[in-house]
Design a protein around this ligand. Structure first.
Ligand code: ADP
Length: 235
């Protein structure tokens, strides 16, 4: 039986069971919400998906633990879905700011311990933050910034941990090859730390002071953004 056609009691029972199973509720199954929900399923976390659009719900039926067509701005709907019993809920509605704010506010009133919400612009992010949403996500802004660093630099991958501090994946430059990291003195010379390395298509390993890097190795370096970017430019 499709979950959204269950009668009220069995439905409430099943979402309650899901809430108790350390699962995540994702409200809004647009591009971002769907990708998040499917990735959670893929990595072994059960998901309750909620969307107001019947076609979206039908398309995801059977691919999430439970998927239901509902309007998340209605307190009685959230109550029926036992959303207040979930430990983690993500509001992945970004384009409709009113729906996003109303939903987030209701979740906070219900006492959901961790509420994440996606913001489509800066003002939206500020309001969600003011409401008390625990984690405000700005995927487009973050991705734009990330790509800017990748396009500009030589890094193979880039992750900003916090403004001004980043992790970069890059090729081990010539000046650190053939000697230990201690001898190469990368910390003192470049103010970065080589956290891990991978020999040509091999396994990632933690880097130690006596690790010797070779031509063709890939390294993961952490440090101030400007420093890791400068390190990634070395050949
Ligand atoms: P993306 O940019 O990731 O595609 P959107 O913000 O455009 O995200 O997606 C919004 C999703 O939220 C849509 O699938 C839409 O049907 C759903 N949605 C909009 N309003 C509600 C609501 N009141 N309750 C539940 N889901 C909603």
């Amino acid at each position: 039986m499709a979950p959204q056609r269950m009668n009220f009691l069995s439905f409430k029972d099943s979402t309650r069971k899901l809430a108790a199973a350390d699962s995540v509720a994702v409200i809004g199954l647009g591009r971002f919400g769907t990708s998040l929900a499917l990735e959670l399923m893929e990595t072994g976390t059960e998901v309750l998906g909620v969307d107001i659009n019947e076609d979206i719900v039908q398309a995801l039926n059977g691919r999430l633990t439970q998927v239901v067509r509902a309007d998340s701005t209605k307190p009685e709907t959230l109550e029926q879905l036992t959303i207040g019993e979930f430990d983690r809920v993500v509001v992945a509605v970004g384009s409709d700011i009113k729906v996003s704010i109303l939903t987030a506010s209701l979740l906070l009133q219900l006492g959901v311990p961790v509420v994440w919400a996606k913001a489509d612009d800066e003002q939206h992010a500020i309001i969600l933050d003011q409401l008390g949403v625990h984690r405000v996500l700005s995927p487009e802004r973050d991705m734009g910034r990330r790509v800017a660093h990748l396009v500009r630099g030589a890094a193979a991958d880039y992750l900003e941990i916090d403004p001004g501090y980043a992790m970069v994946k890059t090729a081990a430059p010539r000046e650190v090859q053939g000697m230990t990291l201690r001898e190469a003195g990368v910390r003192a010379r470049h103010q970065i730390t080589v956290a891990a390395y991978r020999a040509d298509s091999g396994q990632w390993r933690n880097a130690e002071a006596d690790t010797v890097l070779q031509a063709g190795d890939t390294v993961l370096v952490v440090g101030p953004t400007a420093r890791v970017e400068a390190f990634a430019q070395l050949r």
